[in-house]
Design a protein around this ligand. Structure first.
Ligand code: DGL
Length: 283
């Protein structure tokens, strides 16, 4: 059995990299739906269908757990799939399978509280002392998942999401550093203008953006803390595997990289981030 990691494209590799470090003996299959990337500008129903197809493919390949290393898929599709598709599919397969997202661990990291914790709602207005910026895709932004889930737990945190419609596509296509940095700077500036000042902390709420995290660091005031989704997801997976011994992550240390798009080597931006050549097989 193996752990599947799914994203629309190369962004999920930022999470995958950390998972591989944390679970060196586990077997992993990474699936990039590059034929359909980016997801961030697509209607919700399409994101749900594509995410379900990606999970099914990974389960067919012998995975028993899929980590959705994609904020867009997790924000738009995960709850729907868990409620309407997964229980029946599990029965059909006759083995325990599950899908984990990336939003829950990120919210836990951003609030410093476990997911189960919901703040007691007080009638009086709570002063917002902490301004959190979320850079994300338009679909994640429209879902308002970060605003809603953080507000349930921490009413002292003001969340401002900044949709970056072009950024995942630019990263996916291997755009040059100048174009990428200009795009990141424009969004950091737009967010600060909307808030009236720079955020105190930020979430790179699209896994692709972690590939250009240095550009975000340069565009935000020096030292602005960035909540690190790969770390929080790896910690959440460790807890999950401990609580679910029936989910067997394999022990062969194998790694497969599949794409629904063009197989072969990935562009240099990805290889630089990954630190080694990376060849994808056809899914
Ligand atoms: N990497 C994805 C995310 O975390 C998806 C980006 C996209 O396909 O638009 O949201």
């Amino acid at each position: 059995m193996a752990i599947g990691v799914f994203d629309s494209g190369v962004g999920g590799l930022t999470v995958h990299h950390r998972l591989v470090e944390r679970f060196p003996t586990a077997d992993f299959v990474y699936l990039a739906d590059q034929a359909n990337a980016p997801y961030g500008g697509r209607p919700g129903e399409e994101i749900v269908d594509l995410t379900r197809a990606g999970c099914e493919r990974l389960f067919d390949l012998g995975c028993n757990l899929v980590v959705l290393a994609c904020n867009t898929a997790a924000a738009v599709a995960l709850r729907r799939l868990q409620q309407t598709w997964l229980p029946g599919y599990r029965r059909e397969l006759g083995r325990p399978v599950n899908v984990l997202g990336i939003i829950v661990p990120t919210i836990e990291a951003a609030t410093g509280l476990p997911w189960e914790h919901e703040a007691e709602r007080r009638g009086d207005k709570v002063e917002k002392l902490d301004v959190l910026g979320v850079f994300c895709t338009p679909a994640t932004c429209s879902s308002r998942v970060y605003e809603i889930e953080i507000d349930k737990r921490r009413q002292d945190v003001a969340v401002f999401s900044e949709p970056c419609p072009e950024l995942a596509r630019l990263i996916e296509s291997g755009a040059g550093a100048v174009e990428l940095a200009q795009c990141v700077e424009a969004h950091a500036k737009a967010l600060a203008t909307r808030i009236g000042r720079a955020p105190d902390r930020a979430i790179l709420g699209c896994t692709h953006y972690e590939i250009v995290a240095d550009m975000f660091r340069a565009a935000l005031p020096p030292g602005t803390p960035l909540i690190h989704q790969p770390d929080s997801t790896a910690a959440a997976l460790a807890g999950y595997l401990e609580r679910h011994p029936e989910i067997e992550p394999g022990a062969g240390g194998s790694r497969r990289f599949l794409t629904t798009g063009k197989p072969g080597a990935q562009h240099s931006l990805v290889e630089t981030f990954w630190g080694a050549p990376l060849t994808f097989e056809a899914a």
